[in-house]
Design a protein around this ligand. Structure first.
Ligand SMILES: [Zn+2]
Length: 242
């Protein structure tokens, strides 16, 4: 499977290109396209969050532990002495980082339920609904946010799949065929649950028609074609054709 750096670069490259295409086609605004690229990149790291020794979860847990310890200190900053606060900070960090994190790594298995297509679908749909219902984002932009997160995570699974093929002697490694996971019999109740969640999510999802008709509208792609080449080059090309 691919490493952290490959996932980061791959997801960033794909969502970067798609984000700029969306911007040039007038589908995404100035800051929306940046959020889309960020979400796509995050999506590219998400499937490995259940891995014991992957960099994102370590970074994430370091940050969460520090943040937790900091919140404890902030909460008691006026009641406790400086020395007690420092002890509290250390204890809070230690509890999270080496207590809860330790348990967390014990009970999770890499390429488990999170490392699958339906799990990422549920996350993406959840993001769409969060944006639409709670943050008052338009349906169109909410769908784009979810789409980019999903595309990023699919880039991740695709890269893992590609890296599981031994290119030198074109023999399939043992891990081949497990990355782009849609279903696994060992976790069948989890998968049934995920697909049920997905179905419920689709029923309550924000309206899809405007998003779809804009994407498939020829005018959208004419705008993109217009912005494809530098202006002078475009006009000289069209005058030559005429
Ligand atoms: Zn992975």
């Amino acid at each position: 499977m691919a490493n952290f750096k490959t996932h980061l670069n791959g997801a960033f490259a794909v969502s970067g290109v798609l984000g700029i295409v969306g911007y040039k086609a007038g589908l995404l605004g100035g800051h929306e396209f940046l959020i889309c690229i960020a979400l796509g990149t995050i999506g590219g790291l998400l499937p490995d969050i259940d891995s014991d020794n992957s960099t994102p979860i370590k970074l994430g847990f370091d940050f969460a532990s520090l943040f937790f310890a900091f919140s404890l200190v902030m909460h008691w900053r006026s009641e406790l002495s400086l020395l007690s606060l420092m002890a509290l900070w250390l204890a809070g960090y230690g509890l999270m980082r080496y207590g809860i994190f330790h348990v967390f790594t014990k009970i999770t298995v890499h390429r488990g339920i999170i490392h699958s297509v339906p799990y990422m679908g549920v996350l993406a749909l959840g993001l769409v609904m969060l944006n639409y219902y709670l943050l008052d984002t338009t349906a169109m932009t909410s769908w784009f946010y979810g789409l980019f997160l999903f595309i990023g995570s699919m880039v991740h699974l695709g890269l893992d799949e590609a890296y599981s093929v031994d290119l030198l002697n074109s023999r399939l490694k043992r891990s081949s065929g497990t990355a782009m996971k849609l279903y696994s019999d060992s976790g069948r109740y989890w998968y049934i649950g995920l697909y049920a969640l997905l179905a419920v999510g689709i029923v309550f999802a924000p309206p899809f028609t405007e998003f779809w008709s804009t994407l498939t509208d020829p005018i959208t792609w004419m705008i993109l074609k217009d912005g494809l080449l530098p202006r002078e080059l475009f006009s000289s090309l069209t005058s030559t054709i005429r």
